[in-house]
Design a protein. Sequence first.
Length: 230
Amino acid sequence: MIRRIKEYAKREPSRDAHKIYIVCEGKGTEPYYFSFFEGRSSNLQVVTIPPGDGTDPLKLMERARQVLIGDERKYTVDYRHNDTVWFVIDTDTWEKEGKIAPLRDFCKAQNEGIHKKYDEVKSYDAWNVAQSNPCFEIWLYYHFYENKPFGVEMEQCASFKEFVSHSISGGFNYERDQVRLETAIDNTEKNYSIDDEGKLMLYSSEMYVLGKEISGFVKGDLTKLRNKLG
């Protein structure tokens, strides 16, 4: 369990708070990471939705249908407040198995339907994919490092996760290292690249886009915390 240190006073979200729903593969790392931002701003509510009975992109898509769209949905995406949904996924073997493209198509279809369903709401990218290659840990890596890992070629998630845990002294601290968000955004965007087919290159991540959305609400608080923590 992640416990907030005393500097991180939790705030209750306002009724009109912007909501970010994060549907993720992991039941540990990703929820631990995003829990830091829950209550950081009264204008932002971060809701992490762990996987159900499967972790591949198609299973996550069905999970989102169940909790965000279906008649028995648990949450409501309020397009009038520009709420967003993010699928945080690894590249892993999903790319080779053709399971990422259908998820992106699903998000595109949801976005295109916003204005048709709500006349007063202008279409925007409410549904998004934040893919990391090889895995989410490359995003954690860029909280500390400016450049891609040098001299290593690890496309397997398990190997790269172990590499990152050793690269960050003491491992990633989920109670405080998120104050490096702006650094992570800059480093990740600088090292972002895609191939000729538009697929994510190794050690690239789309997490910087989601990072920017979160930062828009908590940047000031994180700067103060980072200065306090040193």
